[in-house]
Design a protein. Structure first.
Length: 120
């Protein structure tokens, strides 16, 4: 065991002295126990930090696979929407002699109005 010189504020010294008397220990032993408990708690918290970092890394890895899958789904959905829009424009052109761009803009406006009304 190593010997050290330790200075404590009066209120801390009185609290340590009280605890030592309560447990029938010398003050030096009460201080050793307090330091030991503090070191155990710090080590446990650092271990928790390491565990937390490992869990976060695993979660990120799992989410990366999900993110890649969602990107593929979004790309397919975008291609399907573009194809649908092209086919709609072709159908409008074939079915009527109206201006296709004007009809498409009108359809977009009506769809936006419908979505706003559905939200309310």
């Amino acid at each position: 065991m190593r010997k050290i010189l330790l200075r404590l504020d009066r209120d801390i010294y009185e609290a340590v002295k009280y605890q030592a008397m309560e447990n029938e220990l010398p003050i030096s032993e009460a201080i050793r126990m307090a330091v030991k408990n503090y070191m155990k708690q710090t080590a446990a918290e650092e271990g928790l930090d390491i565990t937390t970092a490992l869990v976060r890394a695993e979660v990120r890895e799992a989410l990366a696979a999900v993110e890649k899958r969602l990107i593929k789904i979004l790309a397919k959905a975008t291609a399907a929407a573009a194809t649908n829009m092209y086919l709609s424009v072709q159908c409008i052109a074939a079915a009527s002699r109206r201006d296709v761009a004007e009809t498409h803009l009108l359809a977009q406006t009506k769809a936006a109005q419908y979505l706003k009304a559905a939200e309310e």
